[in-house]
Design a protein around this ligand. Structure first.
Ligand code: UT7
Length: 329
């Protein structure tokens, strides 16, 4: 018997922090509008020579340190990103190079749902294959996709990275059966492709394009699909919503976070929210919020946690995890 445990978390935000007040110097907006409509107060932006792979590398190093493993034990790197350093090769291979390790490395692209997709792929590969230690990263430089003339999107996004270490541990006693990744649910529906997309791309315009979003429509889908996927993930892991110690949702909008908490009838004090500090960092959002709650001793070893996210595609999903490792290990 083996389990796939989550044994380390790490995150990184670029040092360049931009408040709503600063943003309103170059975007036609106000702190009042952004705070009221989204709950965001500030975000971080990469500097000119800072790349997505740098954010991912810093977050990865912290997760490796937190897991107390040697980086050489990592045999799989899955990086969720929509903002790769180059169109190809994968940014994951660059992180592997920077870490100076040998590991199968590739990117997953499911925009803001990227981290839950990467987690699902990691669990499948570790279950089916021989991989023992996997580094799962969510990293994005969303500022590169922002049209500063579009105030309805440019005020919402920021840059950052978060990472976790998954370890396949053998010979675990059956009483620890509900540790680690308990369930992963992922969905996509391309009929909603146009609701949230860039207005260009490699095979369309040979330019990366800027984000375009039908905000109100995406908002409705978000509340609906985040709730339904969490319900599915709870059912698949045979857990009830009341059993969750914490919910770590995608950090896009505080109003969405509160609407889902209300719909799911989960105590809002059990919901981790960090959107105020970094805005929507796409694939980085869940691991950033997770790391923040772990390092502030809110989330403790052995806590049962729900994760869920939604993004362009539309793509969405949820996971139930029991974080950390039993004391006996
Ligand atoms: O990670 C992927 C998931 N993404 C999301 O979850 C985002 C989902 N959508 C949302 O979060 C919200 O729809 C927004 C925050 C994007 C917008 O909130 P809203 O309550 O739907 O506002 P709205 O788009 O209806 O805009 C209302 C007004 C408009 O003015 P009028 O036409 O009523 O006079 C906009 O022009 O607010 C105006 N507006 C702004 N005003 C100041 C739009 N953006 C801004 C701005 N500053 N930045």
């Amino acid at each position: 018997m083996y389990k796939i445990l989550i044994t380390g978390v790490g995150s990184y935000l670029p040092t360049n922090k931009c408040s709503n007040e600063t943003l309103s110097n170059f975007v036609d907006t106000s702190d009042e509008w952004i705070s009221k409509r989204s709950g965001i107060k500030s975000r971080h932006f990469v500097s000119d020579n800072e790349k997505t792979s740098d954010l991912a590398f810093f977050a990865a190093n912290k997760a490796i340190e937190n897991a107390q493993i040697s980086k050489n034990e990592i045999d799989l790197i899955i990086l969720a990103t929509t903002t790769p350093d180059n169109t190809f090769p994968s940014t994951a291979t660059l992180v592997q190079k920077k870490l100076e390790i040998n590991a199968v490395s590739f990117d997953v692209q499911a925009v803001c749902a990227g981290f839950v997709f990467a987690l699902s792929v990691a669990k499948s590969m570790m279950t089916e294959g021989n991989y023992k230690n996997c580094l799962v990263i969510g990293a994005d430089s969303m500022s590169k996709l922002l049209d500063w003339k579009d105030r309805s999107t440019s005020v919402l996004f920021g840059d950052g990275a978060g990472a976790i270490i998954l370890q396949k541990i053998k010979n675990i006693e059956s009483r620890y059966d509900d540790w680690g990744i308990l369930s992963n649910i992922i969905h996509s529906d391309g009929q909603f492709y146009d609701l949230l997309k860039t207005n260009g791309g490699v095979s369309t315009s040979q330019k990366i394009g800027f984000i375009e979003m039908e905000g109100k429509e995406v908002f409705k889908h978000a509340v609906d699909k985040l709730s339904s996927s969490l319900e599915e993930a709870l059912k698949a892991s045979n857990k009830k919503i009341d059993e969750l110690d914490w919910l770590v949702p995608h950090q896009a909008n505080q109003r969405i976070i509160l609407a889902v908490a209300d719909k799911m009838k989960i105590d809002v004090n059990k919901v981790i929210s960090t959107v105020k500090d970094h805005g929507n960092t796409s694939a980085a959002s869940i691991p950033l919020a997770l790391e923040s709650a772990v390092s502030s001793n809110k989330i403790l070893n052995g806590n049962l946690i729900g994760l869920h996210a939604i993004g362009g595609g539309l793509s969405w999903g949820a996971s139930i995890i029991r974080i950390g490792k039993p004391k006996i290990l």
